[in-house]
Design a protein around this ligand. Sequence first.
Ligand code: GLV
Length: 320
Amino acid sequence: MRPKIYITRKLPDAVVTRLTEVCEVRMWEKEEEPVPRDVLEKEILDVDGLFCLLTETIDEHLLTLGTNLKIISNMAVGYNNIDIAAATEQKIMVTNTPGVLTETTADLTFALLMATARRMVEASDYLRAGSLKTWSPMQLTGQDIYGATLGIIGLGRIGEALAKRARGFDMNLYYHNRSRKPEVEKQLGIQYVEKEKLLRESDFVCVLTPYTKETENYIGAAELALMKPTAVLINTARGGIVNEEALYQALKGGQIWGAGLDVFEKEPVQTDHPLLSLPNVVALPHIGSASKNTRLKMALLAAENLIQGLQGNTPKNIVN
Ligand code: GLV
């Protein structure tokens, strides 16, 4: 019998076609609206596999309802939306999509760094609002990127790819990570430093660590207080790693100079979020991996992981 799966969002046809070759597919057909929780709770009852996005909270209760569930394939590299301990306890495999999004996410991270440092969104809004009267010497001046110090918190695949880009800008590179990477240090000319030194000396601090219990609020008031008043914080990892209230205060009070945020604690971020009221914040709606090619690759990889698991194999990207 063909395994039954549920897909929590409308996917590109090529991905659905591939999954249909192997599985009985049911899918939430909307592209811009997440599957309601009550629908997901019903759909999960009889399926063998679940294809989900980071917008779905896969908690213990939901896992308990899925009595046939063998595998959850998350179309994301991060999987903090899934209760891994509960899945493991119930012998449900969980997979993610690392690798295929590395370069695209590093591109976006560096683009966000540049946009924030050079006030690109603010400048564009200024122009469109008709506020521009003349060119003037100190108007819309920002921070230099070339030759500045970049501190990367979390030197995984994306962190390394970011460091490569930064080398092209002759940046001085620091990183802080759970473990040291001597080979990468040599190869990229990046220096391991303690968290405090990284925060004190970096002109740009990029957060790229996974979101876990250990990294929750990893950057809070005490950390922001160590940073330079000219420093820029970039977060393209997960919102909860940076304490948003502390960040708001630090940006408003001039303790740090600016922030580029692709992620927020609660997504979708609401337009009345205090951070969105600040001109020195560049805010994006979690588009780190959002190139056409990469999103398709992620969806196809998630589909292959799901198929592998349902065919009794160990999927390539199993995380538990
Ligand atoms: C996106 O944030 C991902 O984890 O893939």
